[in-house]
Design a protein around this ligand. Structure first.
Ligand code: GLC
Length: 725
């Protein structure tokens, strides 16, 4: 057994010398092993691994294990690799830490709704710190898939429909995960996923075909991945789906031409779970060897879970089908990642039980989670019933999500423990503002049983106000959760209608991982608060908004349709040759519904009122190399301090290709004291005007542009400026 002696943190060049020396010692089987990762047992995460993997680790046939965590457990597994395998190359430990590890934060779409990039970075920082404290080196996050189809359940994991916002969020998440560097084992390697365009499956159906123009791919879907890579992400995950006829996991155009050649990414590409094997199902390979060849030569370095690289790469290299030099290039990237993480220096540096105990679920981490939850809540409607006045309310808390703790931590909850999460009931029962809290379940989340309606009705009659906790179960969004309808599940709408008959004011608190069609609730409820799945501190965060301790400031990162039939519907559609004018039949419209969403992108109310002045431009035209400054005064005309997300949109009126009716090109979340007015300024430069043209060049064009600044994608001040190349 040759144990690789520890090294200090050294320049990459010295990595290279050590990497080369290790490569020279490795057999083809050991090289294929470094390109293979396997799951800890999903049924008993954290403390169980199949014997077959112990054997593989001992044989040096495993580069990493995912879904295993815990300082002691990872130490035990690492010890096998370091002491029992021939070369003692340490394992990578990875996990889906998507919105927190033990301290669970709001689901990613909720975090995006905060539009607070510092808070989003902080959330990722806490997640990384807790992950690293449990022996993890690598997290399969951030998910950077733009999506405009709420039928697709994984919209919960992303940052919504908009390229600009998703790019900013992706960068913030990578900085939070990796920013402190790996010297103190307090950071983890990020993984940009799912490359690429996984969020655009046909019909919103999970794993379905993705087919789009290269202009759309480059303009809308690729930028967030690039933003994450530009922020320094060390790894990328290739997606399940095909893109324009070629599965992403074997897509040379994506993995080589775009990722390596254009973006100069030199890190590791890992497949998604068995997506190498699935190349056979896609029909671009007929057997293990063909699939391993297609995945490997087109740019997927690591095979997650299918074991096809272990089985086929040594023979493919022995036969000269794949050069050993090419194999070594991939293995070198994996070894370099392990060097960067300091694992050759000290394979156990992430395995500190003392630190694990100190870091996990610390008061500070829980406070950060609660802070993010408060910022992620979006007030969708309020006729004045909120904030609940503190005259000691008699409240009826009703609904299937009212007492649920597990649902509060959403999907992909990593090592989160739902039992310690705060339900809305937990928070209200101990809230000093509540004189009396009555409760009735009303109905279950998805069941069709209406037998508890009467009890809920009678409970509500005794109260001053109804707080109705409705929505999806946490398992209804995340992977493999596409729905053909995005209505409230079960009989929840019927429960709402029944409670309307009490005549009591109803505030609906919505728990969901995707936009839902809640037209009736929007029409008849007195208030609607979008809570998403707010994490470990859900209950207290929601209560703080209900009672006005916190002024809601969230804005929707994704359009809420009125009907599933409108999908795809997003704020930056194209104008078409026959734009709907509201009256003419022969325009781009439906005969049975208008084109308007229920709630638009960027929308969210506050307890404050914000008045926008006209836009002030420092000039009405500018040239390439110059900038234009746009300013606007925003006054908080209420008696409450409040945060506002001031949004900047631009429309290119004429281009060599059709341009969207508007595009988000800037935003600032600002606190405006009660009664005060502040000036917000944006700088416009040529870069904000560039787009992909038919030659796939990314360039600006001279012309007239509309500039919009406001409180949502539908409510803004507008002006025009000219740009000359
Ligand atoms: C899953 C997901 C991916 C995740 C991976 C490992 O199928 O698609 O997001 O990171 O497998 O759990």
């Amino acid at each position: 057994m040759v144990l690789i002696i520890g090294l200090n943190t050294i320049a990459k060049a010295q990595f290279q010398a050590k990497i080369d020396s290790i490569l020279n010692l490795m057999t083809l089987e050991e090289k294929a092993g470094q390109l293979s990762i396997f799951t800890n047992d999903l049924n008993e995460r954290g403390d169980f691994i199949q014997d077959q993997y112990i054997t593989l680790i001992t044989k040096g046939a495993v580069g990493g294990i995912f879904n295993a965590h815990g300082a002691e457990y990872t130490r035990r597994l690492q010890k096998i690799a370091v002491e029992k395998s021939r070369l003692g190359i340490p394992l990578l430990f990875a996990f889906d830490v998507i919105h927190g590890h033990h301290t669970i934060f709001p689901v990613p779409i909720a975090e995006a709704a905060s539009w607070d990039l510092k808070a989003i970075e902080k959330s990722a920082r806490v997640a990384a710190s807790e992950a690293a404290a449990t022996g993890l080196h690598w997290v399969f996050a951030p998910m950077c898939d733009v999506s405009r189809d709420p039928r697709w359940g994984r919209v919960m994991e992303g940052a919504g429909e908009d390229t600009y916002l998703a790019s900013a969020v992706a960068s913030a998440r990578v900085k939070g995960l990796q920013s402190t560097g790996f010297q103190d084992a307090d950071a983890v390697a990020a993984c940009v996923k799912h490359f690429a365009a996984y969020g655009a499956p046909q019909a919103g159906r999970e794993y379905h075909t993705v087919d789009m123009s290269e202009i759309t791919l480059r303009e809308t879907y690729l930028p967030p991945y690039k933003s994450a890579i530009d922020a320094g992400a060390l790894t990328v995950m290739s997606a399940f789906n095909e893109v324009n006829g070629v599965p992403a996991t074997a897509n040379h155009f994506l993995l080589n031409d775009i990722l390596r050649e254009e973006w100069k990414f030199d890190g590791v590409v890992v497949s998604d779970y068995t997506s190498v094997l699935e190349l056979i199902n896609h029909g671009i390979a007929s057997d293990t060897s063909g699939a391993a060849f297609a995945g490997f030569v087109n740019g997927t370095d690591i095979d997650m879970q299918s074991s096809f690289y272990n089985h086929a790469l040594p023979a493919l290299v022995s036969k000269g089908v794949i050069s050993e030099t090419r194999l070594d290039e991939a293995v070198a990237k994996v070894l370099e990642l392990k060097f960067k993480l300091g694992l050759f220096e000290d394979p156990y540096k992430f395995c500190s039980k003392e630190r694990e105990k100190r870091v996990l679920l610390s008061p500070q981490n829980l406070s950060e989670s609660q802070n993010m939850a408060k910022k992620s809540l979006v007030l969708l409607k309020n006729d004045g019933v909120l904030p609940l006045n503190s005259s000691k309310q008699k409240l009826a808390l009703i609904g299937p999500l009212a007492k649920s703790r597990q649902d509060m931590i959403g999907g992909w909850y990593a090592a989160g423990n739902g039992e310690i999460a705060e339900s809305l009931y937990d928070a209200l029962i101990q809230n000093k503002n509540v004189k009396e809290l009555m409760y009735a379940v009303g109905c279950e989340t998805t069941a069709s049983d209406t037998s508890h309606f009467q009890e809920a009705y009678e409970t509500a009659l005794q109260a001053d106000q109804i707080i109705l906790a409705l929505g999806e179960a946490a398992w209804m969004t995340g992977e493999a959760t596409s729905r053909s309808s995005i209505d409230l599940p079960g009989v929840q709408n019927q429960l709402f209608s029944r409670l309307l008959k009490t005549g009591k004011p109803i505030t609906v608190v919505l728990f969901n991982g995707r936009p839902l069609t809640i037209n009736e609730i929007d029409h008849y409820a007195n208030a609607v608060l979008e809570a998403w799945f707010p994490g470990t501190k859900a209950g207290s965060a929601i209560a703080s908004v209900l009672f006005g301790d916190e002024n809601p400031s969230g804005k929707l990162p994704m359009t809420f349709p009125k009907s599933v039939g409108q999908i795809p519907i997003h704020y930056n559609m194209k104008n078409t040759g026959r734009p709907w004018d509201g009256v003419t039949n022969t325009t781009s419209r439906y005969t049975d519904i208008d084109n308007k969403p229920l709630y638009p992108f960027g929308y969210g109310l506050s307890y404050s009122t914000f008045d926008y002045s006209s836009i002030i431009l420092d000039r009405d035209s500018f040239k390439a190399g110059e900038t234009l400054k746009a300013a606007i005064k925003v006054k908080n005309s209420s008696s409450r301090d409040g945060e506002e997300v001031v949004q900047l949109y631009i429309r290119d009126l004429v281009g060599s290709v059709t341009r969207p009716v508007k595009e988000l090109k800037g935003f600032k979340k600002v606190l405006i004291p009660a009664g005060k007015e502040i000036m917000i300024e944006f700088t416009i430069d040529e870069n904000l005007l560039k787009f992909y043209n038919t030659k796939h060049g990314y360039a600006s064009e001279s012309g007239t542009f509309e500039l919009m600044i406001g409180t949502s994608s539908e409510k803004f001040q507008t002006c025009f400026f000219n740009f000359t190349k």
